[in-house]
Design a protein around this ligand. Structure first.
Ligand code: GLN
Length: 436
C-alpha cells in the first residue's frame, strides 16, 4: 500500500473499552470485524459480500425436519453433548467422508456451531502461557479463542497468492510451549486446501512437540477442480492427537441454526463436554434433529453443492480479476482473498469503506485475518455464497470501480477512484441484508 499507517485500523475503532471494570481479557480483542461489516452493509443498503453466509435457504427436507421436531416435542434440553441420533449420524458421516472412526458415546461432542466447538476445545487444552500455532491469515475467531483461554498465538505466515505452508516458517513457530496447532482446511480466508505433504509436515511437528491439532473442517464439501479434502486425524499417529471440528452451517446453508460438533480422543472429548456444558448446555434441540436429517442426504447433494459453488467462483473471480483485483481462484471455501495494492487507497479499511459507500458492495478488510493488522492491509475478502441474482447485482456494482483504479497510482488517495454512482443510497439507512 502507498502510505502505510499501522494505526489506521485501531484508530478507527478504539480497542479499549473506557471502563476499568471490564476484564483485561476482553479488553484485548475487538468485536468481530466480519460481523460488523454485515451491520455496516445494511446501513448502506450494500450487497453483503462480507460475512460468510448464503443468502438462500437450507434444503427443504431439513427445514421440514426442524419444524417437525418443534411440533413434536423437540423444545427442551437434549443430552448436553448431543442427541444420541445426531451423534450416531456424525459417527457415520465421519466414516463415510473422512475415514475417521468415532464412537458416538465416547468421541463426539455436539456444540453450538463450530465456533463453540473451537472455544471449548481451546479451553479444554490450553493453560495460561501455552502457545497456539496458527497458519496466517486465519479466521478471526481463533485470536479471541486463544486470548480467552490464556494462550499466546504464534502465527505462521502463508505467502499469497499461493498461500502454501512453508516448512521453515512452520518449524520456527513451534517451541517447548506449543500446546495446540489450529488447522483450518479448506482455509478461510485464503481458500487453500492443504495438501497431504503440508498436513504430513504438521503431523510430524505435532508428534515432535506432543501438541494437539484442532482442525476446523467446516468447508470440507466446498472444494473445487476435483480436489479432495483430507482430514488430518487420518494421518499416521494423529487420531489420538487431533480434535476434528465441523458443523452444518456451510454444507447445508444453515449458519443460523448453530449446530456443530467435535470428534476427539475420549479423554479430550470428556474435557470438551465439561467446557461445553457450562458454556451453553446444549445445541438447539430441533436443529439437532434437523442436522441428523441433513447428514443423511445422498452423495448427489454434495456433488451439486461443490458444482454450484464452483460455477459461482469461476464467474465472480473472473469479474474481480477483470476489475483489477489480484487474486487466484480459491481451491476451496466460498471466499476469495484479493490483493488490492493496485488501488489507490491507504489501506484495507479505507478501501472497504469506499467500496461500501460508493459502489454498494461490502467485503471484509484483510487485516482482520492477521495477528498484526498491518500485515493484512493489502487484502480484502469477498464471499460468493450468494444467489445468482445477488451476484449479478454485485457484478453490476463492481463496474462502478472505475478504470482508473486499475492503473498503478503513485499517490495515496483516500477518496480513491470509485464513482459516486449510488445517489442517495449511500447515505440512506438501508433496511435489509443487501439481498436484491
Ligand atoms: N465463517 C464466516 C466468515 O468467515 C462467518 C462466521 C460467523 O460470522 N460466525 O465470514
Amino acid at each position: 500500500m502507498k502510505t502505510p499507517n499501522p494505526r489506521a485500523r485501531t484508530a478507527r475503532r478504539p480497542l479499549s473499552i473506557p471502563d476499568p471494570r471490564v476484564s483485561e481479557r476482553v479488553q484485548r480483542f475487538p468485536e468481530s470485524v466480519i460481523r460488523e461489516m454485515t451491520r455496516i452493509a445494511a446501513l448502506h443498503d450494500a450487497v453483503n459480500l462480507a460475512q460468510g453466509f448464503p443468502d438462500f435457504d437450507p434444503p427443504e427436507e431439513i427445514r421440514a425436519a426442524a419444524l417437525g421436531s418443534i411440533r413434536s416435542g423437540g423444545n427442551q434440553y437434549t443430552v448436553t453433548w448431543g442427541t444420541p441420533g445426531l451423534r450416531e449420524a456424525i459417527a457415520r458421516k465421519a466414516r463415510r467422508f473422512n475415514h475417521i472412526d468415532a464412537d458416538p458415546e465416547k468421541n463426539v461432542v455436539v456444540t453450538c456451531g463450530a465456533t463453540e466447538a473451537m472455544m471449548a476445545a481451546m479451553l479444554s487444552l490450553v493453560d495460561p502461557g501455552d502457545e497456539v500455532v496458527v497458519p496466517e491469515p486465519f479466521y478471526e475467531n481463533y485470536g479471541p479463542d486463544a486470548i480467552v483461554s490464556g494462550a499466546r498465538v504464534r502465527a505462521v505466515p502463508l505467502e499469497g497468492p499461493d498461500w502454501r505452508l512453508d516448512e521453515e516458517r512452520l518449524k520456527a513457530a513451534f517451541s517447548p510451549k506449543t500446546k495446540v496447532v489450529v488447522v483450518n482446511t479448506p482455509n478461510n480466508p485464503t481458500g487453500r486446501v492443504f495438501s497431504r505433504a503440508e498436513l504430513g509436515l504438521l503431523a510430524d511437528l505435532c508428534a515432535d512437540s506432543d501438541a494437539v491439532a484442532i482442525t476446523d473442517e467446516i468447508y470440507e464439501h466446498i472444494v473445487y477442480d476435483d480436489r479432495t479434502h483430507l482430514s488430518l486425524a487420518t494421518l499416521p499417529g494423529m487420531a489420538d492427537r487431533t480434535i476434528t471440528i465441523n458443523g452444518i452451517s456451510k454444507t447445508y446453508s444453515a449458519t443460523g441454526w448453530r449446530v456443530g460438533w467435535a470428534i476427539a480422543p475420549a479423554t479430550l472429548a470428556t474435557a470438551m463436554r465439561r467446557a461445553h456444558d457450562f458454556l451453553t448446555v446444549c445445541a438447539p434441540h430441533a436443529f439437532q434433529v434437523a442436522a441428523e436429517a441433513a447428514l443423511g442426504l445422498p452423495d448427489r447433494y454434495y456433488a451439486d453443492l461443490a458444482r454450484t459453488y464452483q460455477r459461482k467462483r469461476d464467474r465472480f473471480v473472473a469479474e474481480l480479476q477483470r476489475r483489477g483485483f489480484e487474486c487466484a481462484p480459491p481451491e476451496g471455501t466460498y471466499y476469495v482473498m484479493t490483493d488490492i495494492s493496485r488501488f489507490p487507497f491507504e489501506d484495507d479499511w479505507s478501501f472497504a469503506m469506499a467500496l461500501i459507500e460508493r459502489a454498494g458492495i461490502a467485503c471484509v478488510p484483510g487485516s482482520s485475518f492477521f495477528a498484526r493488522p498491518q500485515d493484512g492491509r493489502k487484502y480484502v475478502r469477498f464471499v460468493f455464497a450468494k444467489t445468482d441474482e445477488t451476484l449479478n447485482e454485485a457484478i453490476v456494482r463492481l463496474s462502478r470501480v472505475e478504470d482508473r483504479m486499475h492503473a498503478d497510482q503513485t499517490s495515496g488517495m483516500s477518496n480513491g477512484g470509485m464513482t459516486a454512482g449510488r445517489g442517495k443510497a449511500s447515505s440512506r439507512r438501508g433496511r435489509g441484508s443487501g439481498r436484491r
